[in-house]
Design a protein around this ligand. Structure first.
Ligand SMILES: [Fe+2]
Length: 323
């Protein structure tokens, strides 16, 4: 199957109220109230791109992957089923809660809930943003990207580039506690919709990236993050690989948030994956991106023992808790 793009992300956290200020003031995003005390953060005309659910602990609840239409979605669900992935068709009330027309869900090998959908609720021309120039790179490139911590990179890559059909853009051996990082893309020019970092025995959401169209947005966000006193997870810099100019803060909802600008665009027909290896020399940054060593963010948790295959129903119930 060829996933079109990363459409939405859901996170549970005790700190969601902070986004009422954080989203518009720091990043120029919009916030709406949603059922169940949730907040929806918007950065284009979609009903939301980031859903924040109140909860006692920080946790990735779900990733929502967009398919081009209902027929492609049905075919994708059938392909996953044929690959022995337990896929569930969502009930109408679950579709309504996610603000999508069609929805299926399943778990990855580590128990993360993934959703595939078609037809996210859109309010054409509604997005205004928190400042006059607010405009973000979305459209056919989806919301931006998410980076997950996984306990077993080979197993993860097998699943995401196998049944889920993502393609490899780059591989970096970063060294230290992380080992290899993989950058995977969907069927669009964004360099990666999903990044994967290995940490033994751990899983969770390392960061979310939104890409602005204006360099000044990076500067303003940087000023305001300092004003508010948000912890900087990484200073301003430009990555190798996707060549994104960005900086990262540790959000009150646990995960790190990257605002970026000027990423490369991948041409599916000419791109070949690069391999950067810290054993062979420096694989750092074009410049900057000095990490602040804040430690592992609280959205990353120890992996619980995998349930036996026969217990798929229990796994489903567990992952459904994020809905
Ligand atoms: Fe990133």
């Amino acid at each position: 199957m060829r996933i079109h793009s990363l459409g939405y992300i859901g996170v549970e956290s005790p700190g969601i109220e902070e986004w009422r200020t954080l989203a518009p003031r720091v990043y120029g995003l919009e916030v709406d109230d949603a059922p169940g005390g949730a907040l929806r953060v918007r950065w284009d005309d979609r009903a939301y791109r980031l859903a924040l659910h109140p909860a006692k602990e920080h946790r990735l609840a779900y990733l929502g992957w967009e398919l081009p239409d209902a027929r492609a979605l049905q075919a994708a669900a059938a392909e996953l089923t044929a690959a022995d992935v337990e896929v569930v068709e969502a009930k109408p009330e679950e579709c309504k809660e996610r603000a999508v027309r069609y929805l299926y869900y399943f778990a990855d090998p580590f128990g993360n809930r993934h959703e595939i959908f078609s037809g996210q609720l859109t309010f054409e021309g509604k997005f205004r943003g928190g400042r006059s120039q607010s405009s973000f790179v979305t459209g056919n490139q989806g919301l931006g990207h998410a980076v997950l911590v996984v306990p077993d990179i080979e197993k993860a890559v097998d699943f995401y580039t196998g049944p889920m059909g993502l393609k490899t853009s780059d591989i970096t051996h970063v060294g230290g506690p992380f080992g290899e990082m993989w950058f995977l893309r969907a069927a669009n020019p964004r360099h990666h919709s999903l990044g994967l970092i290995q940490m033994d025995g751990m899983r969770g959401l390392q960061h979310v990236m939104v890409e602005t169209r204006n360099l000044d947005d990076i500067g303003i966000a940087h000023d305001r993050a300092h004003e508010i006193g948000l912890p900087m997870a990484s200073s301003l810099g430009r990555h190798i690989g996707d060549r994104m100019l960005s900086f990262y803060v540790r959000t009150p909802t646990g995960f790190d948030f990257e605002i970026g600008w000027d990423s490369v665009q991948v041409d599916e027909h000419t791109w070949s994956a690069q391999y950067y290896d810290s054993h062979e020399g420096w694989v750092g940054e074009v410049w900057g991106h000095e990490y602040s060593h804040l430690g592992i963010n609280p959205t990353i948790h120890p992996v619980r023992p995998a349930p036996p295959a026969a217990d798929a129903a229990a796994l489903r119930a567990d992952t459904k808790a994020g809905s």
